[in-house]
Design a protein. Structure first.
Length: 374
């Protein structure tokens, strides 16, 4: 009887060990003898102890899950904290680089704005004959015309600027009259012309096949109805859209200029150093300093024409020009408040919650503005 009990206990112990392994519970930590109840059968004890093993395992899994959730939450919180620190650090670095680049601008007449580098090289490739056409896109007042003209003059290229071509027929005749291999035709502000179906048809052939053709029977045409075009073209436009835009762009080098306000101010300093018939460079630089002091990334509609407006106000009233100029600096209040939220928060999430609660704007708006500013 005693031997049978020992065998029975060993079998019981084997089953408990096996169940511990199944539920990943340490056998050494389970005091199953203390769980034994003499008032119930061995089979009932086995069921009971197995349930204890399951509970131990489930509680451990739940604790591990909660710990993992807490760890992930902490990691995300730390990531958001580091993100906003990086934004602040990047903003500080950008400001330092901005000041440094302004110092460099005082020593050179070269453009050191990186966004200008690619279009500058595109224009040079046109001048040297490696490409036949270039479309320079960007909103008004970003210096597209200024940069194009500056490079063409510096490289001693022969070019003609034309803003008066306002019809397909005038375009065709202009192309014929200025059809020279060493001549670059610069069409400024010509989005309406480009989007005209008849003008589009003329330009498409010129840009791809090198032939200009006029299919109308109009007696107004004073030049051949077809000729080989050997010249080069630069288009400067604020936008290029419509159903034919992508086909048109596929035949040219294309660059869409996007500048932040700091880059616009850099360009203003560069322009301020150039000769002006009524103003000295020191006076013009003083005005750019004033613009820089009273604008930031939330300032709307800042462009190179702002400098021209302020110069005219200065010539009009040298005593009161600053007060007269201040209304020109309109700011996007929501973008400005976002900057305040970023600077006063410990995480991007905290900044986003402040912004959304105060402005009523969505989380999407916060990240859209953030992308535009930083």
């Amino acid at each position: 009887m005693i031997n049978e009990t020992i065998k029975l206990n060993k079998e019981f112990e084997r089953q408990i060990k096996s169940y511990c392994e199944k539920w990943n519970v340490e056998w050494d930590l389970l005091d199953y003898e203390s769980l034994w109840d003499n008032k119930i059968t061995e089979a009932e004890n086995l069921i009971y102890i197995k349930s204890v093993i399951e509970d131990v395992s489930k509680n451990r899994i739940e604790k591990e899950f909660e710990n993992k959730k807490r760890t992930i939450k902490n990691e995300k919180s730390e990531q958001k904290r580091l993100e906003i620190e990086n934004i602040k650090r990047e903003e500080q670095h950008t400001e330092q680089q901005f000041i440094k680049s302004l110092e460099e601008l005082k020593k050179t007449d070269e453009s050191i704005i990186k966004e200008y580098e690619i279009p500058k090289e595109y224009i040079k490739s046109i001048i040297k004959g490696y490409n036949k056409s270039f479309i320079f896109i960007g909103k008004t007042g970003l210096g597209k015309t200024y940069l194009t003209r500056q490079i063409l003059v510096k490289e001693k290229a022969k070019f003609i600027e034309n803003r008066g071509v306002n019809s397909p027929l005038a375009l065709y005749q202009f192309l014929y009259e200025n059809n020279k291999e060493d001549l670059i035709l610069v069409f400024d502000d010509t989005s309406g012309l480009i989007n005209n179906p008849n003008a589009y048809s003329v330009l498409l052939n010129v840009l791809w096949e090198g032939f200009a053709e006029w299919n109308s029977t109009s007696d107004k045409l004073k030049v051949p109805k077809k000729f080989q075009f050997v010249g080069k073209i630069i288009f400067i436009t604020n936008k290029l859209n419509g159903e034919n835009a992508e086909i048109f762009k596929s035949r040219c080098l294309v660059y869409d200029l996007q500048l932040k306000n700091k880059d616009i101010i850099k360009m203003m300093y560069l322009i301020a150093k150039q000769k002006h018939e009524k103003l000295k460079p020191q006076e013009r630089i003083k005005m750019v300093d004033f613009i820089r002091e009273n604008t930031n990334n939330s300032t709307e509609n800042l462009d190179l024409r702002t400098l021209n407006k302020i110069e005219n106000l200065y010539l009009y009233d040298k005593e009161n020009w600053k007060n007269l100029s201040m209304p020109l600096f309109s700011k996007n209040n929501e973008m400005e408040y976002l900057m305040v939220c970023i600077s006063s928060s410990n995480s991007v999430k905290e900044a986003q919650e402040k912004f959304c609660n105060e402005t009523g704007k969505s989380r999407r708006s916060f990240y859209l503005y953030k992308q535009q500013i930083y």
